[in-house]
Ligand binder design. Structure first.
Ligand SMILES: O=c1[nH]c(=O)n([C@H]2C[C@H](O)[C@@H](COP(=O)(O)O)O2)cc1CO
Length: 148
């Protein structure tokens, strides 16, 4: 299974440790195409080791998104890129799980929360979670997926 993980980069790197935990768990279910999102060496300036710059990053990521079987997005730290990836993934009719921590004190964008169910059935889901529950949430989600 190919998994596309979305997490904030230029939107701010505050949650990078949480991304690491999520991706570690995701790697037990398949290949995470975007593991770099969890790298502490990538600052909020973005990747600087990609020759071809932002255009190459965009093209690589859209290609990975197209290849993915499931998209998991941590949406607590607001990020234009993550919002864009989710919109594109919806247009591609991908299976998408958005994870949000209400304990952050933030209120999730209506363009994400309000899109729940819009692809029909459970294709687009938003799940509120606490950090300590994330493994169980992913176990349930991927358990259901592999049943189908
Ligand atoms: O350097 C990058 N590399 C990269 O893969 N991205 C992608 C993956 C992330 O899920 C998302 C983060 O978007 P943003 O940088 O706007 O927070 O965009 C984004 C950047 C920088 O915008």
């Amino acid at each position: 299974m190919h998994i596309y993980f979305c997490g904030s980069i230029r939107g701010g790197r505050q949650d990078v440790k949480i991304y690491q935990n999520i991706v570690k768990k995701l790697q037990t279910y398949g290949t995470v195409l975007t593991e770099h999102v969890t790298h502490v060496a990538i600052s909020e300036k973005g990747e600087d080791a990609v020759s071809g710059g932002d255009e190459a990053i965009y093209e690589r990521d859209m290609e990975w998104l197209a290849q993915s079987d499931v998209v998991v997005a941590e949406v607590t730290q607001p990020s234009l890129g993550v919002g864009y990836e989710i919109g594109q993934a919806m247009a591609m009719k991908k299976r998408i799980l958005c994870l949000f921590r209400p304990s952050s004190g933030r209120v999730l964008s209506a363009m994400i929360r309000g899109a729940e169910g819009k692809l029909g059935g459970t294709l687009f889901q938003v799940q509120d979670y606490k950090e300590e529950d994330v493994e169980g949430i992913l176990e349930n989600y991927f358990g259901e997926l592999t049943k189908n």
